[in-house]
Write a protein that binds this ligand. Structure first.
Ligand code: SIN
Length: 282
């Protein structure tokens, strides 16, 4: 008898575990509808105890859209859409270790991300997620009106002066994976984004990439970016995911931010990451 599909929320803000689905098997339309609905409702979904080859991870990504090629890190030789996120025992800095939304510096930012755990530290290495619908809805009407008229300028080098490849080339795990020839990207998007599938509004400003607001200087923009960055990650807007080998998480970059916690010094963490091409931001 087929196992029942069960959806268990991780916190009341966002995140849900889906059990009863083996993602290595072909996904029929009924199961896909459950997964897609849960993704829109919970913003970040995860599955435990999966066994997925890079090819199977990419096949699954195709159900959400077109897998993207990541600008700054080379993909696996046989599966260029998959990038390996590796922090070794020697590394001090981790990938994704600041609150952000993936690739908001792209003209068409990536819609979602699939992250699959291969090796995890014995303790630590969790990922935090925050719900940007809740962050927007909790703002005052005056702040909402102000933000509704603002355009955020997002730059891929904001947190990496001198370029990502230069900043990260000495990393033990990933130094050689960075594309030396990659150029910084910058894109302008509304500070408040309307989700194309749910129609809900969410805050679309993040401290890692949002450099300034259009027609304003960096200095003028900074206090508001700092305020919004701190507001967006209030504990009541978040959930915390603990990884085990075989955990696959899929998050919606149109309405979330996330942070890979760097609290596992001297231990190794290895993940496979695929992002999905998105749509223009409105
Ligand atoms: C990322 O920022 O995409 C990586 C998150 C993680 O490694 O937990």
């Amino acid at each position: 008898m087929a196992k029942p599909v069960i959806i268990t929320p991780l916190s009341s803000a966002l995140g849900a575990e889906i059990s009863g689905i083996n993602l290595a098997e072909p996904l029929d339309d009924e199961k896909w509808d459950i997964i897609h609905r849960a993704w829109l409702d919970h913003l970040m979904i995860f599955f435990r105890d999966q066994t997925l080859s890079p090819r199977q991870q990419v096949d699954l990504a195709h159900r959400f859209g077109n897998p993207a090629i990541y600008t700054f890190i080379k993909g696996l030789p046989d599966q260029p859409e998959v990038t390996e996120i590796l922090k070794t025992e020697k590394d001090q800095v981790n990938f994704g270790g600041r609150w952000h939304t993936d690739t908001t510096y792209k003209e068409i930012p990536d819609r979602g991300t699939l992250l699959y755990a291969h090796e995890v530290p014995e303790s630590g290495g969790d990922t935090l997620f925050a719900n940007m619908y809740l962050a927007y809805e909790a703002l005052s009407d005056g702040m909402k009106d102000l933000l509704d008229g603002l355009v955020a300028v997002n730059n891929s080098d904001k947190s990496y002066p001198g370029g990502r490849a230069r900043a990260q080339k000495n990393y033990d795990g990933m130094g050689k994976s960075y594309r030396e020839d990659s150029e910084a990207l910058e894109a302008e998007h509304p500070a408040v984004r309307t989700h194309p599938e749910t129609g809900r509004k969410g805050l679309y400003v993040n401290g890692s990439h949002t450099l300034r607001f259009k027609n304003m200087s960096i200095e003028e923009s900074k206090p508001l970016i700092d305020y919004l960055s701190a507001h967006a990650i209030r504990p009541e807007f978040t959930c915390r995911l603990k990884w085990f080998p075989g955990t696959l998480a899929i998050w919606d970059n149109r309405c979330t931010q996330h942070l890979a916690i760097n609290d596992y010094a001297g231990q190794r963490r290895r993940m496979h990451r695929v992002t999905i091409e998105g749509e223009p931001v409105v």
